[in-house]
Design a binder for this molecule. Sequence first.
Ligand SMILES: NC(=O)c1ccc[n+]([C@@H]2O[C@H](COP(=O)([O-])OP(=O)(O)OC[C@H]3O[C@@H](n4cnc5c(N)ncnc54)[C@H](OP(=O)(O)O)[C@@H]3O)[C@@H](O)[C@H]2O)c1
Length: 287
Amino acid sequence: MRVLVTGVRGQLGHDVVLHLREAGRECRGVDQEDFDLTDAASVMACVREYRPTVIVHCAAYTAVDRAESDADLCCRVNGQGTGNLVKAALDVDAALVYVSTDYVFGGDGETPFETDAPKNPRNVYGMSKLQGEMAVTAQMEKYFVVRTSWVYGLNGKNFVRTMLRLGAERDEVSVVCDQIGSPTYSDDLALLLCRMIQTRKYGVYHATNEGFCSWAEFAEAIMEEGGLKCRVRPIPTSEYPTPASRPLNSRLSKESLDRAGFPRLPEWREALKAYIRCLNTENGKER
Ligand SMILES: NC(=O)c1ccc[n+]([C@@H]2O[C@H](COP(=O)([O-])OP(=O)(O)OC[C@H]3O[C@@H](n4cnc5c(N)ncnc54)[C@H](OP(=O)(O)O)[C@@H]3O)[C@@H](O)[C@H]2O)c1
């Protein structure tokens, strides 16, 4: 097995490469410097040169709010860019993992979305990621589409880092309490993706840390685990307007994992504890 990982300078791609290396797998991580997803010729050249048997596609335009005023680039990266990678994967007969998002769903109701629930993205980013899904599923047979949500990792900016910073600076932060979903530690997700690619159990999956919470509950847990005294004031989404509309219900059903015999990821609170332990070690607090 020879694995090409896109988005190696991002949160998830970084962790996928670490896990593959730990497992002694032959792999190469690439980023925009190696090829730009929007440039079909350079994507094809990079894939033909390395000739992977599997591509784990973690690269994406992920700036959800900026995408509202930058729709063309967002769709060229996530939609057509994924199409370019699909063509290259087919050319070398590689399997492809496409990491997608809860934002492909409209967010109605309170029940978890099954993998085949109707899609109805509310924002440009969600639409572009759905275009990417369609490019994969329409043309390939050897694919894993893995939808995840609320990702945080050691290699990048994310909600946990923002809350830890604000929590150290302020007495109180206001956080929305009516968007419900599942935080996901990229290290846990990366391990699952590395397990998936050792199988031929192709298909569409949902993979997040277990359990559901609101962003406000998540923020409270971050303050507690981070040992910070900052209060979290729960507010409705209507009091925190953003350029991109976000789904209120981001709950994803994980039954697809059960059916295929893949393990579910750890509970979100346990994952958060592990992440903050790692951050503290990185910062030298545990040395
Ligand atoms: N973050 C979340 O909360 C979340 C939630 C649901 C799903 N996802 C999905 O999970 C995957 C991983 O997310 P993440 O948080 O790890 O993303 P991330 O940290 O933002 O990393 C994205 C990577 O993609 C690269 N990239 C952007 N545009 C590119 C282009 N035109 N050509 C080549 N590479 C390009 C970026 O490179 P530069 O650093 O050079 O820009 C970066 O390394 C993505 O598919 C994302 O859509 C994320």
